[in-house]
Design a protein around this ligand. Structure first.
Ligand code: MF3
Ligand code: CO
Ligand code: CO
Length: 271
């Protein structure tokens, strides 16, 4: 952090703002490396988009992810993260997140699926997820997928460097989701990223109604709203301890980007 930014943070603190800790602010050198990880990660999500189709198993997508990532000098960071058994997350229809790739989940025409990938290159991390629609999907599924993407962008647009707080992101997302008749999953949030997959701060996707840190240049965070068609409640698959479903069986969607806060705004580095 340069002197100028240190002074700005001090002034914000004096005004009563909660300021980020030093590990939440990355150096230019760090940012170059995180960009590299983000590039491989988004290349992977593009590659999956070119190949995903009905009849494919989620295990096949996992295999594609491992091969692509290794060929591009990265590592799939989800693998063995807190004992997670696979390399990406594949969450179909009413699965909210952390769906585990396997041979028995075969994609069908009309399915919506979130693929969430985290890539580590040279010790630095980037994380993003997208929704994929398999063949012709219903109007209501398409609308959920589109509105959820808009929720992510509402969150991104709420970021004003040195001015907005992390809680403003969630406030914007929640407002937009509710306006569209959907609900926001509260059990999972976005996060700081860079030196590790999950770092502080917590990035809420709803109004946390508590004070949160101000967003300043050099911070890298993810925003990754999980939006349900029906109620917000979720449940965990007891058999595998990972897969999260909507409790009412309604559809769920999610989009995620890794974002870099800069002096003049925000950059989506996982595009
Ligand atoms: N990519 C996820 C995130 O957005 C993390 C997945 S953790 C896993 O934070 F272990 F389930 F893969
Ligand atoms: Co992710
Ligand atoms: Co994430």
């Amino acid at each position: 952090m340069d002197k100028k930014q240190q002074l700005k943070l001090k002034q914000l603190e004096e005004k009563g703002y909660m300021i980020p800790t030093s590990s939440m602010i990355k150096s230019e050198k760090d940012i170059i490396k995180i960009r590299k990880a983000a590039k491989v990660n988004s290349g992977l999500l593009d590659y999956i988009g070119e190949n995903i189709c009905a009849g494919m198993s989620t295990a096949q997508i996992d295999k594609m992810a491992v091969e692509y990532t290794h060929e591009h000098g990265g590592v799939c960071a989800d693998y063995q993260y807190e004992d997670y058994p696979k390399s990406i997350c594949t969450s179909i229809n009413d699965v909210v997140c952390h769906g585990i790739p396997n041979d028995d989940d075969i994609l069908c025409e009309g399915d919506i699926i979130n693929i969430d990938a985290t890539t580590m290159v040279d010790g630095y991390y980037a994380d993003a997820s997208r929704m994929y629609m398999i063949g012709e999907v219903s109007q209501k599924a398409r609308r959920l997928v589109e509105v959820t993407k808009e929720c992510l962008y509402k969150g991104i647009e709420a970021i004003i460097p040195y001015q907005s707080k992390v809680g403003d992101i969630g406030k914007a997302i929640e407002k937009y989701a509710l306006k569209n008749g959907y609900s926001v999953v509260k059990e999972f949030c976005g996060h700081g990223i860079g030196y590790d997959l999950h770092e502080d701060p917590y990035v809420y996707h709803y109004d946390p109604k508590i004070d949160t840190v101000v967003l300043v240049p050099g911070m890298l965070i993810t925003i990754e709203p999980m939006i349900n068609e029906g109620k917000a409640d979720v449940c965990l698959e007891e058999g595998d301890d990972w897969t999260v479903y909507t409790l009412d069986g309604s559809l769920s969607a999610q989009w995620e980007h890794t974002l870099l806060i800069k002096e003049d705004g925000v950059e989506i580095i996982s595009r």
